[in-house]
Write a protein that binds this ligand. Structure first.
Ligand SMILES: Cc1cc2nc3c(=O)[nH]c(=O)nc-3n(C[C@H](O)[C@H](O)[C@H](O)COP(=O)(O)OP(=O)(O)OC[C@H]3O[C@@H](n4cnc5c(N)ncnc54)[C@H](O)[C@@H]3O)c2cc1C
Length: 534
């Protein structure tokens, strides 16, 4: 067993971990080790924006978790919970949509007592993080590591979607992250020169030659080492061997919303009664670990198309796309230079609300079960997905075993709160209204889901549950705060322990109303300042 010492050990090289590895090693004054369970993600496939669907089938780049089955959801089957695995983490396999959420989301965190986490506190970090190809202004950065660009090479049906939104009486916006968040428009993407700009591309690869930064891939942390109440190091497995490394200053857990609480629990940090079930020595009783799980749970309207200009896996559709790999390889052009989810919206299901409560992702294909329903995809069609932006139901991540290789148990518990059920049903009605607008007349075929027979709230909810999906934004399982279920304080230090922080999407006390990659990177940007000031 080898022994090595660092100033900081970061566990997990995902969206947050890559930012931390760069910022903490930048001065050259600190020795930093980044442990990542997965691969380096430098392969061509990771850089191709249009390869999104591939990752759903990949064990190499995706932890491929499943939720606990429930009889009324997906006909008793699990909901698929993909999570990025490898340098870049979620940002190496995600749909690359660049969204910050609503300023109210962060002001709410501050109102809960988390000092320094309001929108005005975080806006400088969003600008520091971003290099927007449209240029900088009061909202946007133009010289940060994360490149943000407009959609190129979009499917024409997206224009019909935007016209239909207007016809249905909803607003348009040309910048979801600027002064007018509400409305429909084209998303911006973390794509640079036709290549994915993951957190690794933006922050880690440019820094990995630093002598004081040690990046170890294929290294899965199995335990945080504690000396009394102080985190002193990490035990991890690599190449079939168990190794230990030690931290002079801090251990920082950035393993994502499922794997961070899992690592804490495996290390004896968590709810005593739960750890007792698995015979894990309880070193620190902290009941909130794994609780407060929130996700953007998603329902869809699937519509057959009378036209053939979308994406389909039918033989004719694939033949049409046969030249795309060449267009991409020899010029980074064509359908593969863009994400498949190109247009969307943040809208209110009721005029009584003062902020959008649903997000739409319009997709020019019949997309269900995270793109794994290939039979459905072989028909011509389009889908509009709707998610509840600020769910009131909370679920739980727990252990199924004390074996570090066992997957976590994920109980999304999404339909616990009646308001979530109502918002999802109203969201489906809103989507139907848009898809019924005149601009879709030349496209509109039969509605496959929810299906014309589903009209009542109960029927719509049942149909939503039957095809329930996720937008892949789990958060909250190591939440920041000072209440009984809080795991970290507002400097992201684990309550009751020393030299241990959690820095990733799991610390969000409440789910922000939008996609979570940029917000997670911003959490890490702020955390780096807090750590270096400590
Ligand atoms: C399929 C998919 C599509 C998405 N689409 C979008 C989108 O379009 N836009 C957007 O904004 N957000 C999107 N997201 C969400 C966003 O990518 C995540 O919220 C974000 O990446 C979370 O960052 P993180 O640092 O918390 O965790 P992650 O990025 O998941 O990083 C955790 C890292 O820790 C590693 N790890 C885990 N356990 C261990 C261990 N024991 N030892 C060592 N390493 C470990 C993992 O392999 C992983 O690399 C998507 C996510 C997914 C999965």
């Amino acid at each position: 067993m080898s022994t090595q010492r660092y100033d900081f050990i970061i566990v997990g090289g995902g969206s947050a971990g890559c930012v931390l590895a760069n910022r903490l090693s930048a001065s050259g004054d600190h020795r930093v080790c980044l442990l990542e369970a997965g691969p380096s993600c430098k392969s061509l496939v990771v850089s191709i924006p249009g390869a999104f669907a591939y990752f759903m089938f990949s064990k190499k780049y995706n932890w491929q978790f499943d939720s606990e089955p429930k009889p009324d959801i997906r006909h008793g089957g699990p909901v698929f919970c993909p999570q990025g695995r490898g340098l870049g983490g979620g940002s190496a396999i995600n749909a690359m949509i660049y969204i910050r959420g609503h300023r109210r989301d962060y002001d709410h965190w501050a109102a809960l007592g988390n000092r320094g986490w309001g929108f005005d506190d975080l806006l400088p970090y969003f600008r520091k993080n971003e290099c927007n190809e449209r240029g900088g202004d009061d909202y946007h950065g133009d010289s940060g590591p994360l490149y943000v660009s407009d959609c190129r090479n979009y499917y024409r049906i997206n224009e019909h979607f935007l016209k239909a939104v207007k016809e249905a009486g909803y607003p348009l916006t040309d910048d979801f992250n600027g002064p007018q968040h509400e409305g429909a428009g084209f998303y911006q993407f973390t794509i640079k020169d036709g290549k994915r700009c993951s957190a690794a591309h933006a922050y880690l690869y440019p820094a990995e030659d630093r002598e004081n930064l040690d990046v170890r891939c294929g290294a899965q942390a199995t335990r945080i080492l504690l000396e009394g109440k102080r985190a002193s190091g990490i035990e991890y497995r690599a190449n079939g061997k168990t190794e230990r490394i030690y931290a002079n200053r801090e251990v920082i857990v950035s393993s994502g919303a499922y794997n961070s609480p899992k690592l804490l629990m495996l290390s004896g940090i968590g709810e005593k009664a739960h750890l007792d079930q698995f015979g894990i020595d309880v070193l620190h009783d902290l009941p909130g670990v794994g609780q407060n799980l929130q996700e953007h749970v998603d329902a869809c309207v699937l519509q057959e198309s009378l036209k053939t200009d979308g994406f389909t896996t039918s033989p004719a559709g694939l033949l049409k796309l046969a030249g795309e790999p060449f267009r991409y390889l020899f010029g980074k052009k064509g359908k593969l230079e863009s994400s498949i989810s190109q247009a969307g919206a943040f809208l209110r299901t009721s005029e009584d609300l003062d902020v959008p409560d649903v997000q739409l992702h319009f997709i020019p294909l019949l997309y269900d079960d995270s793109g794994r329903d290939l039979k459905l995809m072989s028909k011509n069609g389009y889908s509009c997905h709707v998610c509840v932006l600020r769910p009131k139901s909370t679920g739980r991540m727990s252990l199924g075993s004390s074996d570090p290789d066992a997957p976590p148990r994920i109980d999304l518990n999404f339909f616990d709160h009646p308001d979530d059920r109502k918002t999802l049903v109203e969201g489906l009605r809103l989507v139907r209204k848009i898809l019924a607008a005149p601009s879709f007349d030349e496209y509109r075929g039969a509605e496959i889901n929810p299906g014309p027979e589903a009209q009542s709230d109960e029927e719509l909810l049942a149909r939503a549950k039957a095809r329930l999906g996720l937008v892949y934004h789990p958060v909250g399982t190591c939440k920041m705060g000072s209440d009984d279920l809080a795991v970290v304080d507002d400097e992201l230090r684990v309550h009751g322990l020393e030299s241990l922080r959690v820095v990733d999407a799991s610390i969000m006390p409440t789910l922000i109303g939008g996609n979570t990659n940029a917000p997670t990177m911003v959490i890490a940007e702020k955390a780096a300042d807090l750590i270096l000031a400590g």
